[in-house]
Design a protein around this ligand. Structure first.
Ligand SMILES: [Zn+2]
Length: 63
């Protein structure tokens, strides 16, 4: 998977946000994606929402 440009939102944003929150992205993609969503409110919001979902999922899993 290659993110084309830090100026563009990834076309599979939801999938990337999920993999990012689960720690499944390789470090290059993580660095690239972080550089992007620091300046992109839409992606930052998607990451925040996905992170929340992942946290709830993990709490449920380990409860
Ligand atoms: Zn974006």
């Amino acid at each position: 998977m290659v993110l084309a440009s830090s100026c563009l939102c990834p076309s599979d944003l939801e999938e990337i946000a999920e993999e990012y929150c689960l720690g499944h992205l390789d470090w290059e993609s993580v660095r690239y994606f972080e550089n992007h969503f620091l300046h992109c409110p839409a992606c930052a919001r998607e990451v925040a929402e996905t992170q929340q979902f992942v946290n709830v999922f993990r709490l449920a899993e380990y409860a």
